[in-house]
Design a protein around this ligand. Sequence first.
Ligand code: SAM
Length: 338
Amino acid sequence: MILTDARKLAVRAVVNDWIGRSFPEHRSLLAHNQPIYSPDDNAWTVELVTNRNGSPSCPLGRVLVSGAATIISAPDVDGVLDLLETGHREPAQPTIDRVAGEEWELCLGDGIEATAKLADGSVDLLLTDPPYGISRRYACENQIPRRLRRDGSDFIMPRGHFGDWDASVDPQAWTAVVLPKVRGWAVTFCAQAQIGEYCDILTAHGFVAVGPMVWQKTNPVPFNHQHKPINAWEALVVGKRPGTAFNGRMVHNVFLVKSPSPQQRIHPTQKPLPLIGEFVDLFSGPGDLVLDPFAGSATTVVAARERGRHVVGYEMDPMIFKLAAERLSRCYDERLRI
Ligand SMILES: C[S@@+](CC[C@H](N)C(=O)[O-])C[C@H]1O[C@@H](n2cnc3c(N)ncnc32)[C@H](O)[C@@H]1O
């Protein structure tokens, strides 16, 4: 979906209207960020933030708006008011660029540059999900997002900008830095059209290219369901250093798992925790070092930490890092699972 000025105005207007009706007395304390298209929801996400002169803006929740400019979901009004109250009482927090425990850490920054500083062969499991650049590259027919012409005759390739997190990372470039650091398994999500390229890359770096795996969604978004089969899977490519052990027996390479709902997600392409946990179980052992240079909402960090692995994640988008850091502290305090 293309973020034309008219569409942007329509999305912003509907969010402004909701803010005005829901927070008549606190309107001046609230603002919202630029709409970002969420391909999984076929909808726009708009981050609600505080609007206080001179204070850093704090996230207060997300409003999800349909292409027809109606609100699909919005943060709980009392919850937002509580956050506003708390924010009034608390002094401004210093900017945090790292959250960590004894065996895990999530850092704000470039995961490729940071990984370059690790020793070769120091990582047991690379488990990651780089942005595929769905708004620009690899937009073949079965990639998200896609639209049909009104008569269903042909696909229109999107040219929109879905947020800075979606800037594609060149597969050759990031793997050239990261793969030499890996001594065990390498597992990466990729666009369906990139499977062959990643298998070749693994082989070129001395891995056994085990091949693709499939995450099949039980709840795919039914884009264009009246014109074609619904796209209900995402691709991963797996490789291993020769001789690396496998913890599974009779495991199929198709994993049927529900996608997190918009209400559960803090990232537009957040992966399900049970799925990532299964990969940690299959491809690493207790005490191993797991690396995710493109951490997003920190699903890999949460899953690896729950299983007694050492884990390091990097996320370069400050807003996503903040939300992921909050997720990690919630998991620690309350064992919230999403
Ligand atoms: C597809 S998302 C990962 C989603 C994640 N698997 C989850 O469950 O939330 C990719 C993330 O990588 C981040 N990213 C892109 N380039 C990066 C880089 N060079 N270093 C660190 N993070 C990067 C993007 O901001 C985005 O949040």
